[in-house]
Design a protein around this ligand. Structure first.
Ligand code: PHB
Length: 362
């Protein structure tokens, strides 16, 4: 009898050998320096967590217009590339592997973050409900400007350039952020995409931008070093879709042609259902996508081992648990107690709540 697969089983991810099936999920931490440049403190944070099979670095701007939060890093300037080099070198020094998550926030921004105080861009002029945290405190969202069809090639080019910059910075691969209500997700879902051109309407049209971005990025990296993240049921950032199974089932199948490293799915959360989200069973995507599947969503050791053993996923990503436990695989292995995440310091500045979570001293 072969041993059951669990979180500690090695995994061959394309041409990368992962020593275990723990993935650190991309986490916004708002700790980049001036100019949205990562530095030594960020390098320390990621290097501390290098025992993960794979680290996915936080959402990172492809261009200045892609920003919607204070102190999030970019990958569009020489200084940012140099800053990320510190991170990748520190992780590699510790024997780890790290992908960069590339994002454009689209409408989840504000003129305060935009060059020349311009309006944020989106598929359609529909603002998210609520308020945004700016450098000057909370402000209501503004109605974004719909991208002209002739502006879309530039968005794709920015992702392509960011992918090239990530290569120069020494990453092992990149993840395209198609989740959580940011620009690519705004195109995918019909709650935010009401375009009447070839980027709106039928799912084939709504998925066009994501697929064109993935095509550009895989031309840089080859498919096996590119992942895509999706969140079919998420209501975060005021998102909805009238038929997540049709939308995301199509996307999962359409991604097969790129031979990707993985598809990374944020599973349906209780909070999404409370906010009117439609549940989508991850097995629906598992059956349509012919590659590595990473699942995310409140996993602990038992549930992680269980989904791997059942073949429901290949890898499991952990957010808050990795944030609070730099040595998470070791703690699971030893059944050691876990540090509790401190919500108050998730998005603050400095080392507190960032690089000072203790390693297990058993
Ligand atoms: C956030 O900053 O709140 C955030 C960023 C990226 C995500 C989700 C949440 O994918």
């Amino acid at each position: 009898m072969t041993a059951e697969i669990n979180l500690f089983s090695p995994y061959q991810l394309g041409d990368l050998q992962l020593p275990n099936r723990f993935v650190m999920a991309p986490l916004t931490r708002n700790r980049a320096g001036a100019g949205n440049v990562p530095g030594e403190m960020n390098a320390t944070y990621y290097a501390q967590r290098a025992s993960a099979g794979l680290l996915i670095a936080e959402a990172t701007q492809t261009t200045p217009e892609a920003q919607g939060y204070p102190f999030t890093p970019g990958i569009h300037s020489p200084e940012q590339i140099a800053g990320w080099k510190l991170v990748t070198e520190a992780v590699h020094q510790q024997g780890g592997r790290i992908f960069l998550q590339m994002w454009h926030v689209g409408r989840v921004s504000h003129p305060d973050f935009q060059p020349n105080g311009a309006l944020p861009v989106a598929p359609s002029p529909i603002p998210p409900k609520g308020e945004i945290f700016t450098f000057a405190g909370m402000k209501p969202y503004v109605t974004p400007r719909a991208l002209e069809i002739n502006e879309i090639p530039l968005i794709i080019q920015q992702f392509r350039q960011a992918a090239q910059n990530a290569q120069i910075a020494g990453f092992d691969g990149v993840e395209v952020h198609g989740a959580n209500g940011y620009l690519l997700d705004q195109f995918l879902r019909d709650g935010t995409n009401q375009r009447t051109d070839e980027y709106g309407g039928a799912v084939e049209n709504r998925a066009r931008l994501l697929l064109e971005v993935v095509e550009a990025v895989t031309q840089v990296w080859g498919g096996q070093r590119v992942g895509v993240r999706l969140s079919p049921s998420s209501t975060f950032n005021d998102m909805k879709d009238s038929n997540p199974l049709a939308t995301f089932g199509y996307v999962a199948e359409a991604l097969n042609r790129f031979g990707l490293a993985y598809l990374h799915v944020i599973e349906t959360l209780e909070s999404d259902l409370r906010h009117g989200g439609t549940a989508l069973d991850t097995r629906e995507l598992r059956s349509r996508f012919q590659g590595t599947l990473i699942v995310n969503g409140g996993y602990n050791r038992e549930r992680g081992d269980a989904i791997l053993a059942s073949g429901g996923a290949d890898l499991v990503s952990f957010g808050q648990l990795f944030l609070a436990n730099p040595d998470l695989p070791k703690r699971f292995e030893l059944n050691a107690p876990l540090n509790q995440p401190d919500f108050a310091t998730f998005y603050t500045s400095g080392a507190k709540g960032y690089t000072d979570y203790p390693f297990w001293q058993g």
